[in-house]
Design a binder for this molecule. Structure first.
Ligand SMILES: NC(=O)c1ccc[n+]([C@@H]2O[C@H](COP(=O)([O-])OP(=O)(O)OC[C@H]3O[C@@H](n4cnc5c(N)ncnc54)[C@H](OP(=O)(O)O)[C@@H]3O)[C@@H](O)[C@H]2O)c1
Length: 264
């Protein structure tokens, strides 16, 4: 699909990071954007800074009724929905046994169930019209999961598997789907845990959110099955798929021993 003045798009996690960059990009192209996140003040401030008229939809993505109400309100206010970007997500890194179970539950609720709720609410409308595009933001961690990110990686692998199957289910419906695999992107995803990030994590190599957003929109316009940024994420997925042991070796070179401490 071409993204332009006719496009009505919903972005979850629009207040910060990748979602915010997407909202800015979409608005710059003349799209009408539904801005979803919990923080209303940040969304109001963002909407006021964007060209055009947009819809602020404060909601908790981990609550199905809240998501459904937000999507319904967007469609009522704009007359339709062409693009759904299920982007909102959270991370809590640390050794599995030290991650509070409530944090693990929150990751599953927001990263996995939140994606299901968003896509389902959007598809209800798009399938009726037999057109539209869905974007699911997974992660490089959904291709090869990392130590100290076991639960986060599991949620992102769930997003990946969900999107892979759904893309085929949508065959012939007129609705398309793109899965996104970001590597490290410069956002506030880990701001709350700066002092306890694993050694393999390399924030200095992180890519600006604007580049990720541009790649996602180009992927939607080209109806790509997947978007990887940086491209090395794709290579890691391929190598891990062929030989996890080889991927471990590759990661030890690129990220040091903490990325793959076991040699057996
Ligand atoms: N940054 C990276 O390096 C990276 C790498 C791979 C994948 N990703 C994925 O990219 C996506 C975006 O992450 P980001 O890096 O842009 O993170 P971010 O800067 O922390 O932004 C996260 C956004 O999600 C929203 N959000 C969080 N919990 C929510 C909830 N319960 N309901 C509604 N909105 C919620 C936040 O707003 P509120 O807090 O106001 O709700 C915020 O707008 C995530 O799915 C993440 O897993 C990121």
């Amino acid at each position: 699909m071409k993204v332009g003045t006719q496009t009505r798009a919903i972005v979850t996690g629009a207040s910060r990071g990748i979602g915010r960059a997407l909202a800015v990009d979409l608005a710059a192209r003349g799209a009408t954007v539904g801005l979803l996140a919990r923080g209303k003040d940040e969304l109001d401030e963002l909407a006021a800074s964007l060209p055009g008229k947009h819809v602020v939809l404060p909601c908790d993505i981990g609550d199905n009724a809240s998501v459904r109400a937000a999507v319904k309100s967007f469609i009522e206010q704009t007359g339709g929905l062409d693009l759904v970007i299920a982007n909102a997500g959270i991370a809590h890194y640390g050794p599995f046994m030290q991650v509070p179970i409530e944090d693990a539950e929150a990751m599953v609720r927001i990263n996995v169930l939140g994606t299901f709720y968003t896509v389902r609410a959007g598809l209800d409308h798009m399938l009726d019209r037999a057109e539209g595009h869905v974007v699911v933001v997974s992660s490089g961690a959904g291709l090869r999961s990392f130590p100290w990110a076991a639960v986060y990686g599991a949620t992102k692998a769930a997003d990946r598997m969900f999107a892979e199957a759904l893309r085929h289910e949508l065959s012939g419906t007129g609705v398309n789907l793109t899965t996104v695999y970001p590597g490290e992107i410069k956002t506030n995803l880990h701001t709350h845990e700066q002092d306890r990030l694993p050694d393999w994590y390399r924030p200095k190599d992180a890519i600006p959110a604007e580049e990720m957003s541009a790649a996602i929109i180009a992927g939607v316009e080209a109806n790509k099955r997947s978007v990887y940024l940086p491209p090395l994420v794709k290579l890691l997925g391929i190598v891990h798929g062929i030989s996890p042991r080889l991927a471990d070796r590759m990661l030890r070179i690129l990220r040091g021993g903490t990325a793959a401490p076991r040699q057996d």
